[in-house]
Design a protein around this ligand. Structure first.
Ligand SMILES: Cc1cc2nc3c(=O)[nH]c(=O)nc-3n(C[C@H](O)[C@H](O)[C@H](O)COP(=O)(O)OP(=O)(O)OC[C@H]3O[C@@H](n4cnc5c(N)ncnc54)[C@H](O)[C@@H]3O)c2cc1C
Length: 378
């Protein structure tokens, strides 16, 4: 489809950041076209535990997680490769819901609010004479005053935009499955194993989300996922018990590779980035979904002011968004990276666990540092 009309906003990618922006902006009468390469609903590699900091905001957008079957989660368990374990209350708590259900529901809300959501892959974005031209794999060409990059952690769009981080190879891969078995509704557990860690928590339908990140080098030595799990993950007794006593829901686990936690710029070639395309926190120690939702809210508010003439120029909005993004997330990302790299050192993680056990108030403090405050709805 070729469209010569210049619309207000094109959002590249219809994951959490893209869809939340689409709902927020269209609620305020701004024209939105979301271009998402995959169909809805679709399972995604993600731990599917969301911090409560975004709950009131999601509700204000018409999404009620608990009506969709989400599980309330308020306890956290952490274990080391040598099976030392600590448990604590989660300072703010959260909920478990699959991306299959959440992204689908958000896409429905976006459409109900008037956003146009199409399935296609963006191949290029050009900026000329103060407007954007977005081209797609199916031969589409669309014009817009504003383009939001919400294309996730790693995309062909990053190559088209010549972003620096995409040139670096990343040593991590991730595997996710849903299991049927015995696991508390209110617990999120992070079980470390040599070269990685696995998160466990419940989502709707009583399924257990099991999602792990592993070092590609150690993974390569094994003939398949099952072999890797038995030889590496099962050294952690908690993981062995859960995997051996549960039934997989999917016929095949989902996998992604080239997971990169390198820093990125929140604005590139006049395109403000939201969610993982602006920066990704290590899932061991942070809360990427809340960050994606929060960044979408921050950017939407600024764009509404821009379209209403309260922010006078593109340069100003870019500066304001970059500043707001850095203020909100830079420290959080840094703490997240430090915690994750400490846990990569097996001996250190065992020592750290002793420290955490000796000072039980410390773990909730670290969790708070990698999480935000509840979002104010406005
Ligand atoms: C293993 C793992 C576990 C995690 N666990 C958790 C967790 O438990 N809790 C938590 O809060 N966070 C977790 N995260 C982080 C969380 O998944 C992300 O931060 C979140 O999904 C970011 O949302 P997003 O909208 O930025 O990106 P996404 O949800 O990835 O959406 C990006 C969208 O863009 C689309 N797209 C990409 N390129 C194009 C293109 N060229 N054209 C059109 N569409 C395109 C993609 O198809 C995708 O739908 C985890 C991440 C990983 C890797």
């Amino acid at each position: 489809m070729n469209n010569n009309t210049c619309i207000d906003t094109i959002i590249v990618g219809g994951g959490l950041a893209g869809l939340v922006s689409a709902i927020h902006l269209s609620k305020h009468g701004i024209e939105v076209l979301v271009i998402e390469k995959n169909p809805y609903p679709k399972h995604k590699v993600c731990g599917e535990y969301i911090s409560n900091e975004v709950l009131p905001y999601l509700q204000s957008l018409g999404v009620e997680p608990f009506k969709l079957g989400a599980k309330k989660i308020n306890r956290f368990m952490l274990s080391t490769p040598k099976n030392k374990v600590i448990e604590t209350e989660l300072p703010l708590g959260g909920f478990g819901i699959s991306r299959y259900t959440l992204d689908y529901t958000l896409a429905q809300r976006a459409k109900e609010n008037g956003a146009n959501v199409v399935q296609d892959t963006v191949t290029d974005i050009n900026f000329l004479d103060d407007e954007f031209r977005v081209t797609t794999k199916n031969g589409g060409s669309h014009k817009a005053k504003v383009v939001i990059g919400a294309h996730g952690k790693r995309s062909n769009v990053d190559i088209a935009l010549n972003r620096n981080f995409i040139k670096n190879k990343s040593p991590f891969l991730a595997v996710k499955t849903h299991l049927k078995g015995d696991f508390p509704d209110d617990l999120v557990a992070l079980h470390n194993f040599r070269g990685g860690y696995c998160g466990l928590s419940k989502v709707e339908n009583d399924h257990i989300n099991a999602c792990y990140i592993a070092d590609f080098k150690s993974f390569q030595k094994f003939k398949n996922i099952q072999h890797f799990q038995e030889e590496v993950l099962y050294k952690n007794a908690f993981l062995k018990t859960i995997f051996e006593n549960s039934e997989p829901v999917f016929s095949k686990s989902l996998t992604i590779s080239q997971l990169s936690f390198s820093s990125k710029n929140p604005v590139k070639q006049h395109i403000p980035m939201c969610g993982d395309s602006a920066g990704m926190i290590h899932p061991l120690s942070g809360n990427g979904m809340s960050m994606a939702i929060r960044s979408a809210q921050m950017l939407s508010k600024l764009l509404i002011d821009y379209f209403n003439g309260l922010i006078k120029s593109r340069t100003l909005i870019e500066k304001m968004y970059e500043k707001a993004w850095n203020n909100e997330f830079k420290k959080r990302l840094k703490t997240g990276h430090i915690v994750a790299s400490l846990f990569k050192m097996d001996h250190f993680s065992e020592l750290m666990m002793l420290g955490l056990k000796g000072f039980p108030g410390l773990l909730p403090k670290i969790i708070k540092k990698t999480h935000g405050k509840p979002l104010i709805v406005s």
